[in-house]
Ligand binder design. Sequence first.
Ligand code: PMP
Length: 409
Amino acid sequence: MPGGVNSPVRAFRSVGRTPFFVEKAKGAYLYDADGNRYLDYVCSWGPGILGHAVPSVVEAVQKACENGLTFGAPTEKEVELAQLIQSCVPSMEMMRLVNSGTEAVMSAVRAARGFTGREKIIKFTGCYHGHSDGLLVKAGSGLLTGSVPDSAGVPAGYAAATLLAEYNDIESVRRLLEENEGQVACIVVEPVAANMGVVPPEEGFLAVLREAADASGALLIFDEVITGFRLGLGGAQGYYGVTPDLSTFGKIVGGGMPLAAYGGRRDVMSCVAPCGAVYQAGTLSGNPIAVTAGTEMLKLLIAHPEIYAQIDQSAARLEEAYRETGLTVNRVGSLLSPFFTREKVRDYQSVMTSDTAAFARYFGWMLEKGIYVAPSQFEAMFVSAAHSAEMIDMTCDMVKEYGKSGMIL
Ligand code: PMP
């Protein structure tokens, strides 16, 4: 495997280490093959909002396995999951279940292009939407200059159809829409940017995006792969009261199994095959085991909405501890990031003022204390309902101790 891993950040390269190998996980803890236990603030990059190996989810999956692992034919369970998603996120009038966030966003963008008959898309520097070709584009050398692919192997032609705007900078969006009048199919955004560390949308940013999309005839896509069912049952669209045309969900919605969803306006989704001309398919899409895990997870969250206040409070306490150390901290709900900079962090440029070597020192120190945070400055910290008050206390103490070590910046 390249780097010994099946997804790059797992290799711990950016923090100059080799990864631990996981043997098992339970609740808020990960256990590695060398017998170490880590308090886990990665939570599989988001799905583990209730901790690892939630008993009722595991039991439901075990039971479902007895009836067969995949059919490649529709099941009632898929309808039940779709209805649960829709009951929490009413803008999901019609949806498709897929296997990963990458697939969800790629497919939503295709539906937007098919519906509008337009080819260009607007994305934001520093926002991640999976690894499909046209979405692997971040900044060129300057704002609004030619788009360059972020990865080798992406045809320049694909990248050229991706226009780059700056997060929290509505003027950069307006300019692109003007310069490309009648050509932009969609604006795709992480409603809370969480893949350059956490960067919250500034007051009114999402609402103005909505207006700008409407005025130009472009669709607005919220990539809620991280925010969905994390900022609350209604995701970021419920949290901020701004309704997109299409949304994508992943991570939590699959309850820890490979499952994601995209959907939204009925007229747009009616363009997807077999109803319409936009082709999108999947042998394992709506897989019965993944659907079972997702359904059980959503049922738990719907039955226990109080967990959102609990995880927000836990994250707020962590935020306070990081702030005491002098670092910049951004938090929205149970998503947070300490940035190794003293600058205010509100966009990609300010994120880039972070001292990644200082982050790497902090990461290693925390790991040796038994606390696992994401091995990159540019990822979020995820808090789960399995993180008890005592665990949060212990983490806050460690953060403060590190703050006093003189190694912070
Ligand atoms: N969108 C967002 C906002 C994400 O955070 C991610 C993954 N971290 C993706 C899309 C891609 O999801 P996946 O890794 O499941 O393909």
